[in-house]
Design a protein around this ligand. Sequence first.
Ligand code: NAD
Ligand code: UD1
Length: 342
Amino acid sequence: MSTILVTGGAGYIGSHMCVELLQAGHEVVVLDNLSNSSARSLEAVERITQRSLHFHEVDVRDTDALRKIFATYELESVLHFAGLKAVGESVSEPASYYDNNVVGSLRLVEAMMEAGVHNLVFSSSATVYGMPEEMPITESFQTGPINPYGQTKLHVEQMLTDIAGSNPDWRISLLRYFNPVGAHASGEIGENPNGIPNNLVPFISQVAVGRRPHLNVFSDDYPTPDGTGIRDYIHVVDLVRGHMKALEFLRRNPGIHVHNLGTGRGYSVLEMIRAFEAASGRQVEYRVVERRPGDAAVSYADPAKAERELGWKAEFGIERMCEDVWRWQSHYPNGFDAADSP
Ligand code: NAD
Ligand code: UD1
């Protein structure tokens, strides 16, 4: 078993990753500055797995702190989740996105080179594809992000491609996520957005639990069967299992590799509302409003490359995604740090 560094490990996807790694018997070291998370997620990870992990409250841009971590542990691989992810905020505060996402990744890679650690999995996003006309999206599609967040992801991909080209020791996996949703089946960890959620499923779930009066559906005049936008929602547990497969793949395959992580199936906003109502037994009030700028009508993955090369395929459907989100939301109606949390 190996010792793995998880940057951003206290966050939504990172905390689910820690559960999977600990359950597989790995030692886990988490680095997170808690800018968008709570250390309570890591306590929950330890409760779920009955194992302990090593947590360092550190910023990924802090070279000295990184050096200490690399000197303390015999790290085999790094899973790099740390970064900022809100599209709207990236438009109003681009410098902060370039700093956290691009500079943060550069500092991390420098520390890895210095320590002689060359296995890296990077959280990229389907947002690097921009707004393709054709579906499903394969990895060979042209990239062209349409917002600063997406640009930072593509810049990091390009930087890592150049770095991998400079030394054959590197083994790097770029994973382009579609729409991660869901929560761990225990209801102990899940997505905990700060403020008003930007994404559909956390918003639906906060309406169902009574925190918000209604959902705004961003238009029903798209060229789709019910007029609402279609996306490829993927259960976060399936997603982190894709990372386990990517780690195995890197052991056999040096160089840099890119894979889509999606289910290959798209669902509309109205289908997601209905699935959530069925899972929660609550009604989700909604109003149809204007389109959100920058939204594509349809986006879904071709996950065939991941299936062929990683031996990975998503297993959970939207019913299970919604049930798990609802369990988490009813357990922590106001998120981890709110006064009414257990
Ligand atoms: P998250 O915000 O829940 O987790 C990110 C974690 O990184 C947080 O715990 C935050 O505190 C930490 N962090 C941020 N900046 C940091 C810094 N400078 N130093 C140290 N820690 C820092 O987000 P998530 O949904 O778990 O996303 C994880 C990764 O996956 C991100 O890189 C995100 O861009 C990428 N991604 C997410 C989605 C999605 O829809 N959730 C989709 C595609 C890609
Ligand atoms: C958004 C980001 C994308 C990012 C992804 C992460 C934008 C423009 N895009 O994508 O860059 O990688 O999150 O998961 O922000 N919807 C509503 N009402 C809402 C929220 C969403 O109707 O309150 C609709 C949207 O129009 C879309 C679907 O629900 O059709 C999914 O939206 P969302 O969860 O925000 O994901 P993306 O738009 O795919």
